[in-house]
Ligand binder design. Structure first.
Ligand code: NAI
Length: 339
């Protein structure tokens, strides 16, 4: 079966890790017609827009996207393309698993948790007003619909993936209205799922608990900003940003849409050096293959990836190895072909 998938290669290390992932997918024999488009700085230079109509039309047509990181200017310039895409297609759930990989030594052995991050509200709504030269108001947006649907998604995810507990993470002692509503929506939704255990935890305590005993957590649902920060922390618990992956899912005009991307950014400090770790994007692509029912190809890649980690001979520098992106990629392809 041939699949049409929109491909955004991003910038920084984006093009290098995308090329690696495409080569690996191709080696499984899955037929994908990649519909490549621009977004971000490069799109701006070509079309005068960071998210041109060509790109949006391709996503509307294909409904599935593999996306590499895109640089967002800090404190000035255009609004994050990543956030714009999530909001445009109403991809309200950002699923970010953290689980130990074979042979990657970290202080913890039994991390197996999933962050379900609300993806369209909170301060990411980008509502900031300049009151005067010395005063800015930044709005933390929360809607009952937004809070309810992400909590509901977390419980459904827990059931589908045979998880036992969903914990809600807020700062409802301080943000009594916005986070207070997130919490009350969680409690309401939880009544529908008596088979799943629940837990309530404040985000500051969560951070402390995570770096002391992360294996106590299962599924965690939280507002956008906490999800962003805590998921980087969780990536660190299992080996760093190079291996962390995510899916953004939701419905646009009643149809399912999904964007699969690594958790990390464009890593300008190592761009173009052939040392970036493609694992984060590759694991996102594995989730994408499962999503389009190419389960055999997904398992083949996962098996090969785990074997390469288990052997530990050809890892990229972020994981303490000396391999280049290309050597790591070729080793995975070799394993796929010989399995
Ligand atoms: P970053 O995630 O790009 O890099 C943080 C550190 O992790 C750097 O030392 C980098 O070298 C390392 N790292 C990240 N990914 C790696 C990989 N695959 N292999 C090896 N090492 C890796 O975060 P930073 O520097 O804060 O952000 C850079 C740019 O990326 C910013 O413009 C930011 O807005 C953007 N960004 C984009 C995202 C997206 O497109 N979804 C997500 C996060 C940030």
């Amino acid at each position: 079966m041939n699949h049409n998938i929109t491909l955004l290669k991003g910038d920084g290390i984006g093009p290098e890790i995308t090329d690696s992932v495409i080569k690996i997918i191709k080696s499984t024999g899955v037929e994908i017609a990649w519909d490549e488009h621009l977004a971000g700085q490069e799109a701006y230079l070509k079309y005068g827009e960071v998210l041109p109509n060509e790109t949006l039309d391709s996503i509307k047509k294909n409904k599935v996207v593999l996306k590499a990181p895109i640089t967002t200017p800090i404190g000035k310039g255009f609004a994050s393309v990543n956030v714009q895409l999530r909001r445009y297609f109403d991809l309200f759930a950002n699923v970010r698993p953290s689980k130990n990989l074979p042979n990657i030594k970290t202080p913890f052995d039994n991390v197996d948790l999933v962050i379900i991050r609300e993806n369209t509200e909170d301060i990411y709504a980008g509502i900031e007003n300049k009151i005067d030269e010395n005063t800015i108001h930044g709005i933390k947006l929360a809607t009952k619909n937004g809070c309810t649907r992400i909590c509901d998604y977390a419980f459904q995810y827990a059931i589908k993936n045979k998880r036992k507990e969903v914990a809600v993470v807020t700062k409802a002692n301080i943000s009594k209205l916005a986070d207070g509503m997130f919490l009350s929506c969680f409690r309401e939704v939880a009544k529908k799922y008596p088979e799943i255990n629940t837990r309530e935890i404040l985000v500051d305590n969560l951070c402390m608990q995570l770096v002391v005993n992360p294996s106590q957590f299962d599924v965690l649902v939280m507002p956008n900003l906490y999800g962003d920060i805590v998921s980087d922390l969780c990536a660190g618990l299992v080996g760093g940003l190079g291996i962390a992956y995510s899916s953004n899912v939701g419905k646009y005009k009643e149809e399912n849409f999904a964007i699969f991307e690594a958790v990390h950014g464009s890593a300008p400090d190592i761009a173009g050096k052939n040392i970036a770790n493609p694992t984060g994007l590759l694991r996102s692509a594995i989730e994408m293959l499962k999503y389009i029912d190419e389960n055999e190809a997904a398992s083949k890649i996962e098996k090969a990836l785990f074997e390469v980690f288990k052997e530990g001979k050809l890892l990229t520098p972020d994981l303490g190895g000396k391999a280049t992106t290309e050597e790591f990629t070729n080793e995975i392809i070799q394993k796929i072909k010989s399995n």
